[in-house]
Design a binder for this molecule. Structure first.
Ligand code: SF4
Ligand code: SF4
Length: 421
């Protein structure tokens, strides 16, 4: 990477795009080190460079370069190609933006948001991991990071509806609810798409997918490409407005939920014209309204909290409400809920091939947690977690079961599927 770029120009661009408010966090850090033990990367590797505070290093360097008392004499620390390469690994491979470190920080420093801002500055300088950036570019060009074009969406929905005998609404003229999809699901876990359709049909929801805006994941946001991040949000807003949807439901994807629910309005500079709910929140609403009738689940399960849905998303309780009176042998992990350990693949790390070994090490924390519960199956409500776990499970030849919350609920519906209203 660094051999073909103009290091000076890249460093200057990085500095120019480093947002001033992030620098204020540097002043707040008291270097207590309490965040270290909270980070799964440091826990898994023991590498001091994987401590959260160390990940502020690029911003600190930029700050010193700008504010160094004798900077005007050219005596500020220089940035070279090795610095840039090192920063890239820190900012992209060793932070899943999980926010766990902030729960330990006495100063409340939000390192995930600093890393997100630093990624934007880094990418503005023409840098960043090629595979993550390619996923963002594919989202702009083809509609999704995995090449799920509108045409492929139509074909796969038609195939899934036929194969499973479940009506899957696409491009209805009007609908109360716009359902979105993660291309990870559509391409790798299509049963999840069928499960969502089955549940919404069962509850009589007036819903549709839209080929105008369907991809819920936002690799523009994860990669630091702000223009693509905004474009992905605009597609969903346009699709929702064209069908008159009052609610947009995000599928089992943590960061998709976090971006659309908590960040999208800021990107657009105006409020979203609809409510945003994660599918687990929406199903919890249906259950509260008496619209989900389930047969009991006998097998022992535990629940993995996706960071962007629980800790950073505020929806940890709805998944448990869904499992209440349904999962007869539910066992919590320790720690759990807002303090749960990350799967290791959030924040775009799943899409970075060279980070695989580190992800596998991190997953051992999760394996140990699950084994301590004795549960047969770990359930999650994020397809990115699921993909990370599937790959890590294969790496370690782990015997533990994995399942999707939505699929589990759909598999235990009492009634036969009814056509959507
Ligand atoms: S946000 Fe998560 S992955 Fe990133 S430094 Fe903090 S604990 Fe580590
Ligand atoms: S816990 Fe907070 S104040 Fe302490 S070293 Fe980490 S970021 Fe700095």
């Amino acid at each position: 990477m660094t051999s073909t770029i103009d290091v000076h120009a890249a460093a200057q661009t990085f500095l120019a795009h480093t947002e001033a408010h992030l620098v204020s966090y540097l002043e707040a850090c008291v270097h207590c080190g309490l965040c270290a033990e909270a980070c799964h990367f440091y826990q898994a590797s023991g590498n001091p460079e994987h401590t959260p505070a160390y990940k502020l290093f690029p911003i600190a360097q930029a700050y010193r370069r700008q504010k160094f008392p004798l900077a005007w004499l050219g005596l500020a620390p220089r940035i070279d190609a090795d610095d840039l390469k090192h920063w890239e690994t820190l900012l992209f491979d060793t932070c899943t933006l999980c926010g766990r470190c902030t729960t330990a920080c006495p100063m409340g420093i939000d390192i995930a948001s600093i890393v997100t801002g630093a990624r934007r500055a880094f990418v503005a300088a023409g840098l960043g991991p090629a595979d993550l950036l390619a996923a963002a570019d594919s989202s702009r060009e083809h509609g999704s990071p995995l090449g799920l074009t509108a045409q492929k969406l139509r074909e796969r929905i038609e195939w899934l509806a036929d194969e499973h005998g479940v009506p899957i609404a696409l491009d209805k003229a009007k609908a109360d609810v716009l359902l979105t999809v993660s291309s990870v699901e559509m391409m790798k876990y299509p049963e999840s798409v069928v499960a969502m359709a089955k549940l919404l049909n069962h509850a009589g929801v007036d819903w549709t997918f839209s080929s105008k805006g369907y991809e819920a994941t936002n690799f523009g946001y994860l990669s630091g490409k702000s223009d693509i991040a905004k474009l992905m949000v605009e597609r969903i807003v346009d699709a929702a407005q064209s069908v008159g949807a009052r609610t947009v439901v995000v599928p089992e994807c943590g960061h998709a939920f976090g971006v659309l629910r908590w960040t999208a309005a800021n990107m657009l500079g105006r409020p979203l014209p609809f409510a945003v709910l994660h599918i687990s929140e929406f199903l919890a609403q249906l259950k509260r309204a008496g619209k989900l009738e389930l047969t009991p689940l006998k097998e022992s399960i535990t629940y993995h909290d996706p960071c962007q849905i629980s800790r950073r998303g505020g929806a940890a309780r709805d998944a448990r409400y869904l499992l209440e009176d349904f999962a007869e042998d539910f066992r919590e992990m320790t720690p759990t809920g807002n303090l749960n350990w990350c799967c290791g693949g959030g924040g775009g790390v799943q899409a970075i091939a060279r980070a695989a070994d580190l992800r596998y090490k991190v997953f051992k924390i999760k394996m140990d947690q699950v084994e301590q519960t004795g549960a047969q199956t770990m359930v999650s409500s994020c397809s990115n977690c699921r993909l990370t776990m599937d790959e890590s499970k294969a790496h370690w030849k782990w015997e533990g079961g994995l399942a999707s919350l939505v699929e589990l609920v759909a598999d235990h519906l009492v009634e036969e599927t009814k056509p959507a209203v």
